[in-house]
Write a protein that binds this ligand. Sequence first.
Ligand code: PLP
Length: 385
Amino acid sequence: MIPYGRQDISQEDIDAVVEVLRSDFLTQGPTVPKFEEAVAGYVSVPHAVAVNSATSALHVACLALGLGPGDWLWTTPITFVASANCALYCNASVDFVDIDPLTCNISVTALETKLKAASLAGRLPKIVVPVHLGGQSADMQRIAELGREYGFRIIEDASHAIGGSYLGAKVGGCRYSDITVFSFHPVKIITTAEGGCATTCDDDLAVRMRLAASHGVTRDPALMTHAPDGDWYYQQVALGYNYRMTELQAALGLQQMKRLDQFVDARTERAVRYSERLVHLPLDLPVMQDGAVSAWHLYIIRLQLDRIAASHKDVFSDLRKAGIGVNLHYIPVHLQPFYRAMGFKLGDFPNAEAYYRRAMSIPIYPGLTEAAQDRVIAALENVLR
Ligand SMILES: *Cc1c(COP(=O)(O)O)cnc(C)c1O
């Protein structure tokens, strides 16, 4: 089976992890700060807080922004459940905004309409979480304008998008958001096995996220209620969790960061090749927005169902039978049983639901050979004929 995504691990990556295993620190040593510096430097942001997953990063981001009971967080239904669950961890409520049928990212028009209604009803969101689906930035400039107008804060879920750019700057620089979150799960652009990171330009948000990710405990006298009792002293000043990244993970991440641009270039080459070679098939191919340069985490095709005899389900299973590891990103979150139990139902977000009926992700990753990619293309030609 050709998977839809796969990590790329070099001998240098392995050696770096082994070196940490032989060192004094497996956690809370010098490597995590180095990794954070590498990420912060790459995206040109003053603070990067490394944690054990993007899910944790989303949680500490919501905590830092003060999300709590009675507050609302809005996101897109076409995302992984974690983009919405982070609000529930904070005992806040979740709502969704339908997608743009072209880019499949959160629709700015739908967002504006919903904000107007929410403003009248006195139910404006505290946080909006745009997700850069497949690695292409959402329309952040307009979302940030709406944020100023309606007074919400912004967390970019850039789990797919490290290495991508928006309006000439790397995603993660937080020019149009308060916080940006990255994932380093093995299918993503770079990996630390499990891992994630939150970037911000705001000193105070960085401090709060660090506290939330490590028990709410600090050794920094500046954050304490009184001078330290002695050299042993630390204080718990907030309720936090243990979301720390290990030194092993950071060592892997530090190595992977060196190849990030190579990874994105390799993904881009493969995306361009798909876009050239699939153009004759009854498919809608990814649409690139002006100003956004995708990191190409996913290559999502959408079937033109009116031009194909087979059903979406059959095309999917025939491709799997042909050894092509297609996948579907994502099942609309509002249709998950857990969210239906809150009152969401079929028909709530028609563009997201229409997307779900015809989308699939085909294999794309740096190690995908031309021969393997040709097999994917041939299988698609065969199944769609
Ligand atoms: C992968 C992913 C996450 C969760 O990342 P983890 O590091 O696995 O916690 C969150 N949001 C999106 C959009 C993702 O793709």
